[in-house]
Design a protein around this ligand. Structure first.
Ligand code: ZN
Length: 656
């Protein structure tokens, strides 16, 4: 591990917190040090209050901030002398500690100080850096972990046995650290948890962290426990309905829809097929911290019922021994190790499934290296339970704010690169869905850089391309719950006697057959949607009220309308509902240039403004209006409705 310190880069971080922000980010850049909100850093500064009185202020990472992207505002200033005294109390509950921290924060609106604040407060150094380094965890979870740490570091670090983070750990360290520290002490190892480094300057503290972790890495290398190969594992063909079934079962166990991301990579497949996977994976997490995301153990294989029943037993066993009554979390797995899927990660959001996979990716290293040192042993389940059911975590369950309506669900939107399709993608993202946007236009791939959006190029008239993108969607999110059939073409105006067979066929292929192919590819997935499958067809006013010169378009849209009605008849038994929206005169799409609008308005002897509102309600219909209705049609409001056709046209005389 190398120091990433760069003086030119460091100089850009000014102000009293500048160096603290910079080296915190450097730690955050290395995933083998900290993962997703893990780790924390602090600095102690002497500051004057409004009366000119000097006092020491501890700036410590606030919760909700990631080291990699932290800013000065991500550090909470707390009154150091008071907070330090707290660690000398005989006992203090963690909720009470959180209250004391919040009420001794010196800036309104600052984030909640880390639950490890007291630990930073008791260390008599200006800068303190704390990570959950993989290499340290491997050694710590091998036989004789404490002795090995002493062999590696001598007096340079104080080794602390495992104590749960929060008040108990801080109080323990407040007693033990001053007693055990030596002149050359520059760090502290917390067994099965992580490591601290500290110094008078940000750079020194950071570089000590790199040095201490490098020593652990060198130790592993010297014991031939650094690079551990996994048996080669060939990837089997991807069966999307198997994955959707697994996600369906996990969602059922959870009581709400979960996303599922599969990773059939050589590494995860190799670990899932490791001869000792049952022992290695079922002993516990690399550090109890991870359970908040991953639950204590991965599921082996796909038997969700067996996993849930064993989770209930784990809760029953451990909740009996707690002081406070505990509320059981859902018993669904958050990860599965499977011989064919590799790792399947479950979560409410795409961000969560990403975190779970990252954590397990690092856990595999920690496990295999500890195993090479003589045997991987995780902390016993009691410690894991204490973190998973920590009062502070349980308090979060009481928060009443509901997650967005489509949390944990997946929608596929066709023609999503622009216009109504793009607006639909936005409406579903806003409601918490993971969105797969399909389009012929390559711009779809970069439409948004966010974990809950997957943009894929696809020619929807080609069955093979559809199969490939649906597979990708299922690999990424675990299934398809909703389908918005929006892609379509509007051929140039032609009278019936002039229509070429090419144009006619093209309209039928894109506006009807492509939708049939997409629905067919998704049928098995929609059947397995935890809340039932939903399809929304973006139809047209031309279905009830065709226009002269638009025979191919009107006929194709009418054929699609009939296909939707038959689909409602046939797929109702599968719990799939299909409804149609008939928009009219949506002018904020790429189809309508200013020049075209002006010429159409002129033809009707209207101003552009009046032309846009040429309907019964004298209102303009936008892509967003159509998209919002499409999203609502997939929600609970329309839960009992199928085969409906709803106009969104401001009112049209010919339709009424
Ligand atoms: Zn920690």
């Amino acid at each position: 591990m190398k120091s990433l310190w760069n003086s030119a880069e460091a100089a850009k971080f000014s102000g009293p917190l500048g160096p603290r922000v910079y080296t915190s980010r450097l730690l955050g850049r290395d995933k083998s040090l900290v993962l997703h909100g893990g780790g924390n850093t602090s600095v102690k500064l002497s500051e004057k209050n409004l009366f000119g009185e000097r006092g020491e202020v501890l700036y410590v990472k606030g919760s909700g901030w990631d080291l990699e992207t932290i800013e000065a505002a991500g550090f909470s200033p707390v009154k150091l002398d008071y907070v330090r005294r707290l660690a000398s109390l005989r006992a203090l509950s963690d909720p009470r500690m959180v209250n004391e921290l919040a009420s001794h924060t010196l800036q309104a609106g600052a984030p909640a100080p880390s639950v490890e604040t007291l630990l930073h407060a008791i260390l008599p150094y200006k800068y303190a850096d704390h990570t959950h380094a993989d290499a340290v965890l491997s050694i710590s979870n091998a036989p004789d972990g404490a002795r090995r740490m002493r062999d590696i570091y001598g007096d340079r670090v104080v080794v602390i046995p495992y104590v749960m983070a929060g008040f108990d750990l801080a109080a323990y360290c407040a007693r033990e650290f001053p007693r055990r520290r030596k002149k050359n002490t520059v760090g502290m190892v917390l067994l099965s948890h992580g490591i601290f480094s500290f110094a008078a300057s940000a750079r020194e503290s950071y570089e000590l962290m790199i040095e201490l972790v490098s020593m652990a890495e060198r130790y592993l290398k010297s014991k031939k426990a650094w690079t551990i190969g996994l048996p080669p594992a060939a990837q089997r063909g991807f069966e999307r309905e198997e994955v959707a079934r697994l996600r369906h079962d996990a969602s059922k166990a959870a009581g709400f829809p979960l996303l599922c991301r599969s990773h059939p990579t050589p590494r995860f497949l190799g670990f899932a097929r490791h001869p000792a996977v049952a022992r290695l994976s079922q002993s516990g997490p690399a550090t109890p911290d991870h359970v908040i995301w991953t639950k204590p153990l991965p599921m082996l294989g796909r038997d969700v019922e067996a996993f849930s029943s064993s989770y209930r037993k784990y809760f029953g066993r451990n909740s009996k021994k707690t002081r406070e009554p505990k509320t059981m979390l859902d018993p669904a797995p958050r990860m599965a190790l499977d011989r064919d899927l590799g790792l399947a990660a479950f979560g409410l959001t795409a961000r969560e499934t990403g975190i779970v996979a990252d954590i397990y990716d690092h856990t595999i290293d920690v496990i295999l290296r500890a195993e090479a040192l003589g045997g991987w042993t995780a902390l016993d389940e009691r410690h894991t339970f204490d973190i998973e059911y920590w009062d502070l975590e349980q308090a979060k369950l009481k928060k009443t704010d509901k997650p967005p309506a489509f949390t944990g669900e997946v929608v596929v939107v066709t023609g999503a690169a622009s216009g109504i399709g793009k607006a639909c993608a936005e409406s579903f993202l806003k409601r918490g869905a993971a969105v797969v946007g399909l389009d012929r236009n390559p711009a779809i791939e970069d439409l948004w850089q966010r974990p809950d959006f997957l943009g894929l190029v696809c020619d929807l008239t080609k069955e093979k391309e559809i199969a490939a993108v649906v597979d990708r969607a299922v690999k990424q999110f675990g299934g398809v719950d909703m389908l918005v059939l929006n892609a379509g073409i509007f051929p140039a105006s032609q009278s019936v006697q002039d229509i070429g067979s090419d144009m006619w066929r093209k309209a039928m292929t894109v506006n009807v057959e492509a939708n049939l192919l997409v629905m067919q590819a998704c049928h098995g997935l929609l059947k397995l949607a935890p809340r039932g499958g939903r399809i929304v067809v973006i139809g047209s006013k031309n279905v009830p009220a065709p226009g002269p010169g638009a025979a191919a378009y009107s006929a194709s849209k009418a054929a699609m309308n009939q296909l939707a009605r038959v689909t409602a008849l046939e797929w109702g038994k599968n719990g799939i509902r299909i409804n149609t929206i008939h928009p009219n005169a949506v002018y904020d799409t790429a189809l309508w240039t200013d020049a075209l609008l002006a010429s159409r308005a002129k033809a009707y002897k209207l101003s552009v403004e009046a032309y846009k509102k040429n309907n019964l309600l004298k209102t303009e219909v936008t892509s967003r209006d159509v998209a919002e209705l499409a999203a609502e049609m997939c929600g609970p409001l329309f839960a009992k409705t199928t085969a409906a056709q709803v106009p969104v046209d401001g009112g049209n005389e010919r339709v009424v």
